[in-house]
Design a protein around this ligand. Structure first.
Ligand SMILES: Cc1cc2nc3c(=O)[nH]c(=O)nc-3n(C[C@H](O)[C@H](O)[C@H](O)COP(=O)(O)OP(=O)(O)OC[C@H]3O[C@@H](n4cnc5c(N)ncnc54)[C@H](O)[C@@H]3O)c2cc1C
Length: 344
């Protein structure tokens, strides 16, 4: 028997014990066959992309892990074909997200450039409606093609049927049911990016918020901003041994908003505030923790593995921060990464 695959070798936190069974699937047929045979055997299934939004228990996963490693980026029109409309691009779930963004920027496809530098796979992006610097994938996704494990068949959801919200979707609401096989993006064509919707990015680009900047400049500026916060993977830098932001920004009643906290008004009258601000002002500075697990030294919102951490160490830190914020402000932070075999 070969040694079991360790999930710490497949997660950006570098945490997680052994998988009972581990399958790398390079075609849709292989993905579906692996998922179906586990389902028929009554085995739990974990669909794995880049492991950048996962906290896996030290005990590992007692079922089949299906790593989606499918490839393909297929635009409906060639780059040199003159079209006044946009381009529809079909992307296989296993494609690396940032490779796709780089391709989009190089091809003059606009709408995902502010999402540069986010790790993981294309297939995972609709799950939590990935977003950063004023863009979300829900703004450019046309449809998502899945294998439905309950109906045992293929389904294609138009964007309007994906239930997208802030770090949310119908896929996240019904965990594990839909295996994403392909995402189709509707992108405009041009040399300028979409209007810059995020003040910090606009400042970095030297443009007004709402103005446009060259696509390549937007990508460079975003990668620079993210790098300064330890939000671009770097094997040498423990600040990036994380799952990105560990907590979502809470949406609260304006009456409970702490004085001085950032407030972004929501359509329902509530306000979204900054989890990083709450953590910092509740007394957890950058680097808080110990030599196993600590907050990033560059960003309070990332919980990081300093090298020897276990999942138990990381969760202990997460509980300390969550409970400290709740004691101070009465606001309970909710984890963004998916917890597998463990809980907060
Ligand atoms: C340094 C860093 C920075 C980050 N920055 C951001 C950011 O700015 N914005 C943001 O939104 N996120 C960010 N993240 C989080 C993460 O990168 C995204 O959520 C990403 O989309 C996860 O992709 P993945 O392939 O690694 O998914 P995984 O971690 O492998 O899986 C995450 C979840 O999606 C499911 N899943 C994965 N692939 C599929 C599939 N094909 N079909 C069905 N389910 C699937 C898994 O089962 C799991 O539930 C960051 C993470 C890191 C480490």
């Amino acid at each position: 028997m070969p040694d079991p695959e360790q999930l710490r070798d497949h997660t950006t936190l570098r945490l997680g014990g052994p998988a009972k069974q581990f399958v790398t699937a390079t075609t849709d047929d292989e993905v579906i066959a692996a998922v179906r045979s586990a389902d028929e055997a009554g085995q739990p299934v974990l669909v794995l992309g880049g492991g950048s939004n996962l906290v896996v228990a030290d005990e590992g996963f007692p079922g089949t892990v299906v790593e989606v490693a499918t490839r393909g980026i297929v635009p409906d029109v060639e780059d040199d074909e003159a079209t006044c409309g946009g381009v529809l691009v079909r992307v296989a779930a296993g494609e690396g997200w940032d490779g796709f963004v780089a391709r989009a920027v190089a091809s003059g496809w606009t709408g995902v450039e502010a999402l540069s530098g986010i790790p993981g796979s294309v297939g995972a992006t609709p799950i939590q409606n990935v977003g950063a610097y004023g863009q979300e994938v829900s703004q450019t996704i046309a449809s998502v093609r899945v294998w439905d494990r309950v109906l045992k068949g293929f389904r294609t959801f138009a964007a309007a049927d994906c239930g997208f919200g802030y770090r949310h979707s119908r896929f996240k609401a019904d965990p594990g049911r839909h295996v994403v096989l392909e995402v189709t993006f509707q992108l405009r064509r041009g040399d300028l990016g979409a209007p810059v919707a995020y003040a910090e990015l606009a400042r970095a680009l030297g443009v007004e918020q709402g103005a446009r900047a060259p696509l390549a400049d937007v990508r460079t500026a975003v990668l620079g901003l993210r790098g300064g916060k330890g939000m671009v993977l770097d094997a040498e830098d423990h600040d990036t041994w994380s799952a990105g932001s560990f907590f979502t920004n809470p949406v609260v009643d304006p009456a409970v908003l702490p004085e001085g906290a950032p407030a972004w008004p929501q359509p329902d009258g509530r306000v979204k505030t900054s989890a990083a601000w709450l953590i910092d002002h509740a007394g957890f500075a950058k680097g808080h923790g110990n030599d196993r697990a600590s907050l990033s030294t560059k960003h309070t919102l990332a919980l990081t593995n300093r090298g020897p951490a276990t999942t138990a160490d990381l969760l202990a830190l997460a509980r300390e921060v969550r409970d400290g914020v709740e004691r101070t402000y009465g606001i309970r932070l909710v984890n963004e990464p998916v917890l597998v075999g463990c809980e907060l």
